[in-house]
Write a protein that binds this ligand. Sequence first.
Ligand code: HEM
Length: 132
Amino acid sequence: MSGPGETSVHDAVGGGPFFTDLVERFYAGVEGDPLLRPLYPEDLTEAKRHLALFLTQYWGGPTTYSDERGHPRLRMRHLPFVITEAERDAWLRHMHAALDAVVAERAVEPDVDARLRDYFDRAADFLVNARR
Ligand code: HEM
């Protein structure tokens, strides 16, 4: 993600707590979403933990995610779920709303905010695996 002398996004946002906060807020949105909630297990503890660890690793922090789960293979891991453009849009709506909150709270730089949002948009698009 970043070379010598560059600051990783992980460091720029102040480390893992940013991602755990982001994921908490994101899942608070998912919990009230009639389209997305049924896709997830009743107990969201592990889902939250995996997403936070994945994002921490992706953005240059500790590699606990892969130490525990192996290669992310996100597209493959999402194949069991029907993800159309509607699920993608709902997922992104909750993620952007969560970002609005944590970015303001933590005074994250606009360029870092833009990188995060652009990444989520592209990643979610890549995970669409069905059409209605
Ligand atoms: C496009 C809409 C998306 C839907 C509907 C969706 C849905 C899900 C569901 C249902 C799970 C399983 C949760 C569990 O059983 O604990 C999951 C896991 C996961 N998702 Fe998504 N997801 C979406 C997009 C994304 C995006 C954009 C990312 C990353 C930026 C992502 C990252 C992950 C990760 C890291 C896991 C855990 C994988 C593992 O280690 O098992 N998802 N997702």
